[in-house]
Design a protein around this ligand. Sequence first.
Ligand code: GLY
Length: 403
Amino acid sequence: MATESHSERPTDVLVVGGGIIGLAVAWRARQRGLSVCLIERHAIGAGASRVAAGMLAPVSEVEFDQARRKTLALALSSADMWPSFAAELAELAGVDVGLRRAGTLMVARDADEARELERQLAFRQSLDVAVSRLLPSQAREREPALAPNVRLALLADGDHSVDPVLAVHALLVACRRSGVEVVEHAGDVAVAVDAEGGRVEGVRLADGSLRAAGQVVVAMGAWSALLDGLPESLRVPVRPVKGQILRLRDPAGPGLLNGAVRGAGVYIVPRNDGRYVVGASMEERGFDLAATAGVVHELLRHARDLVPGISEFQLEEVCVGLRPGTPDNAPLIGASELQGLVWACGHYRNGILLSPLTAALTAGVLTGDPGDPLLALCDPARFHGPDADAGLALERQLTGSRG
Ligand code: GLY
């Protein structure tokens, strides 16, 4: 671990977790004039951020069962922020995060899938989000590599993608250039609470020393519920949801697909350099990180049925990550009941998409400016404590106003 005891020099903010959320929060907090240290127990970006496909897809990812559609409100807001977020990173860090603005096609290949897609279309129309119905010929005009048996397609023209590996790299450079202290390979840390149990003092490092801080942000993804040092009553209901993806490369270079394509049981996301991500399983298997032959087989089968040309691609890697799921699939962003402790976790399938918004909201909380009404949609208190009912009422009001 590359650090020493700094207990005599408290930092304004300690961010625990070096994935895309922790990095984005640390960067924005530093930009607001706070002194910031980010602590990552392993390598920066080595968790779910490295595995994520990078879809910025509020429209194609919206699900029927999303609690009162609240993640849609968050997702649309954060998707709007991505172009300027990417431009700012390019300017400050000199890294192009691979933002592709080519839309996403949702494709049906038989009568059952077409019926399901019509249902998905009606649902999205009821939400008043931008999606259009394409005939098979129109779909194939946009994506000539699609299988010939396309029955119906929906176009989410505003659903884009970035390369999360590049985004993490850009954020790390931006953090360092802005003056964030970054500590990697720190091992397990624990929250340190004062003797009265009323406020956070910092974090206890693996060697037992105290790293003092005014505020601690928990951005540990699927591991957020396991952070040591917290009373049981403050634990958050974040659980791991395993996802396996494949990384493929077209030896002929980029161009087989223009934008992301989704079909039954699979999505395919192109990168700028001829690489593709094929994803993803959804598995409730605790913290298991094993890649399995069955999932790899199913992903390849579905992907090839949708885009036959991928048979010629090289298979570079199978990756496994853990999405941080919550009971309502919305994130937890905001202050906890313990003074000085702030949650920024539980982003489920949308961590990359929600990183600019999470960073802005969390930086607001850290600087005493929690004025954004979107914070009510991710209030950590909704799962326990006296604010649970009030939070729910405000959430209904906000999501109701969005249809
Ligand atoms: N956002 C896509 C996934 O989690 O698989």
